[in-house]
Design a protein around this ligand. Structure first.
Ligand code: SF4
Ligand code: SF4
Length: 133
């Protein structure tokens, strides 16, 4: 069992840290906040200050396709019962992949500077782009 106060460079090569305490068979079906994270897990650590840009979600255009949820490499899209709810800003690193894969016109997620106010961003949302014939 690892001492939770050990630094990353104090572990033996090949040491395994468990992400969850107890059984893991039902972990995928539970919302993040209900999972039994082990003290080694980084779930309680925020990486919000890594970002210089953040995705803002505009539900008015969202079709709940779940592409953003599938492609987010940090599991930072919050979705319940296949409904997109928003972004987990504690864990989102601002990579912009969710914006790239969002298929709506205009997109339902757009990148803004980290300090941008959400209401102001939504008020400035672009219009639907017309397709060229
Ligand atoms: S910007 Fe990147 S990390 Fe953040 S929610 Fe989108 S895909 Fe996930
Ligand atoms: S990819 Fe876009 S349309 Fe699809 S669920 Fe995410 S925000 Fe909604």
């Amino acid at each position: 069992m690892a001492d939770n106060n050990m630094g990353w460079d104090e572990f033996e090569i090949g040491a395994m840290l468990r992400s969850f305490d107890g059984p893991i068979s039902d972990v995928a079906l539970k919302p993040q906040e209900e999972r039994n994270y082990s003290p080694n897990n980084s779930f309680t650590a925020s990486v919000a200050d890594w970002r210089i840009e953040k995705p803002i979600f505009n539900k008015d255009y969202c079709i709940d396709c779940q592409f953003c949820w599938i492609y987010c490499p940090d599991v930072s899209i919050v979705s319940r019962d296949k409904k997109m709810l928003g972004v987990d800003y504690d864990h989102c690193k601002g990579c912009g992949i969710c914006v790239e894969v969002c298929p709506t016109n205009p997109k339902s997620l757009l990148m803004f500077p980290e300090q941008e106010d959400e209401e102001a961003a939504i008020a400035s949302w672009p219009e639907k782009e017309k397709k060229e014939k």
